[in-house]
Design a protein around this ligand. Structure first.
Ligand code: SR1
Ligand code: MG
Length: 424
């Protein structure tokens, strides 16, 4: 059981949820009518929490509540309820740093570990759209800019030293969820850890992967970066299931793993999920080649995310560099604007190299570790799934080990690198 369990905490059911909402006039007013008539259903399919949709005559709400344990495993794996505080803290910062890109939070109840938010409709989880082969042309630009704005504005490029250290101290409290990332992403995939699982036909590929010393070193270099480089507030779990889409809108949800970490972390984790989807496509197509167009779009999306990220990051560098790093007094104001541009290019290249490393290990852990992705899990035929996964494992290895050899940080360099690695 979580050791921060509030005395009055009670995990909600659709029935008890009605009374909980009725006691908060601001929420009850959004639903309207008699609470007895509200329709409530638990719809969560994630690894950690309860998620309810509640509908009344005047509107609807999403209510997310943390359980004092990991939903995926059960009471044997306790988790702190305080993760909802970190999620709320990150959501409010994301909302301020990239307005309109996260759901509006109407109510936060710390004791109940509960967040009531705008019900996003007709949005759907991006991962489901990808499994169905639906193109969302806005997504790469929206997510690239979201990452640039949140990651730049949470960093020492934007914040003064006092604000930065206060922010770092606040999110440093998210220890248990950071520990999950540290173990599940960077260490467990590379040995026979408890909880790991994999598709049976994959066994011949796993031995050589775990025996690859360069890969184990690369994974630990990425872990070293994650635990020691507190550069900015990262979302911490930015995968295809943390994004909701329509044809016209993109929203980012679920930042409960938020922590101060490397700028490239979110970028690489999200790219990994696009590349996992890329490799999963042959498991979803009705005949060979039927998903070629979609596969190509997923690759374009990887480079599109990076292009939008790099463009927006550069714009913020030129217009909002108000923090303690790369002070304009040393560059533009000293008559050396070219120096600021040269430094920007070096910073972007470093982010891209990091991102490729994080991308590689995320691809591995979603195939070898505890928490997999539906893109691959939904492939019913184990032999077909293993074939997709084997190719994804190899791409991850090449990106993690070869991250320093990628192009100079430009988009053609990135596209060429990824295409070359996938084609090997
Ligand atoms: C033990 S929790 C497993 C995974 O689910 C979350 O969504 C995170 O990705 C975490 O690593
Ligand atoms: Mg989540």
């Amino acid at each position: 059981m979580a050791d921060d369990l509030h005395a009055g905490y009670a995990a909600l059911t659709p029935d008890t949820l009605r009374a909980r909402i009725a006691a908060v006039p601001a929420l009850a007013g959004r639903l309207g009518g008699d609470p007895a008539g509200w329709r409530a259903a638990e719809v969560g399919d994630g690894n950690l929490n309860l998620v309810f949709i509640v509908e009344g005559p005047a509107g609807a709400l999403v209510v997310k509540q943390a359980l004092p344990w990991l939903r995926l495993v059960g009471e044997a794996w306790p988790l702190p309820l305080r993760r909802t505080f970190f999620e709320w803290s990150a959501l409010t910062r994301h909302g301020a740093r990239d307005p309109g890109r996260v759901p509006e939070v109407f109510h936060f109840d710390e004791g109940q570990a509960l967040l009531a938010m705008r019900y996003l409709t007709p949005h759907r989880i991006f991962r489901k759209a990808v499994i169905d082969g639906v193109i969302h042309p806005r997504m790469p630009g929206d997510i690239g800019r979201f990452m640039a704005r949140t990651l730049f504005r949470g960093s020492a490029l934007s914040l003064d030293g006092t604000a930065l250290r206060r922010e770092m101290a606040l999110f440093a409290g998210n220890t248990v969820l950071s520990d999950i990332t540290e173990r599940l992403v960077f260490t467990d995939p590379y040995f026979a850890a408890d909880g790991n699982r994999h598709t049976p036909g994959l066994a011949p590929f796993i031995g050589p992967l775990r025996a690859d010393r360069a890969l184990r070193v690369a994974a630990q270099e990425m872990k070293h970066a994650f635990v020691s480089r507190s550069e900015t507030l990262v979302h911490g779990d930015l995968h295809s299931g943390s994004i909701m889409v329509t044809a016209d809108d993109t929203r980012v949800i679920d930042p409960e793993f938020a922590i101060y970490g490397p700028i490239g972390f979110d970028v690489g984790m999200f790219m990994a999920n696009l590349l996992l989807a890329y490799h999963a496509q042959s498991g979803h197509e009705e005949r060979p080649g039927a998903r070629d167009g979609y596969r190509a779009w997923l690759l374009e999306a990887v480079t599109g995310v990076w292009a939008a990220f790099a463009d927006e990051f550069a714009r913020l560098w030129r217009t909002e560099r108000t923090g303690i790093l790369y002070a304009p007094a040393l560059f533009e104001a000293a008559g050396d604007p070219a120096g600021a541009e040269a430094a920007l290019a070096r910073v972007l290249r470093g982010i891209l190299v990091d991102a490729m490393g994080f991308c590689g290990v995320e691809m591995h852990r979603r195939i070898l570790g505890l928490a997999h992705v539906e893109d691959l899990e939904a492939i019913a035929d184990p032999a077909r799934r293993a074939s997709c996964e084997a190719r994804a494992l190899e791409t991850g290895r090449l990106l993690a080990c070869g991250r320093a050899d990628i192009g100079p940080g430009d988009v053609p360099g990135l596209a060429a690198t990824i295409e070359r690695e996938i084609a090997r």
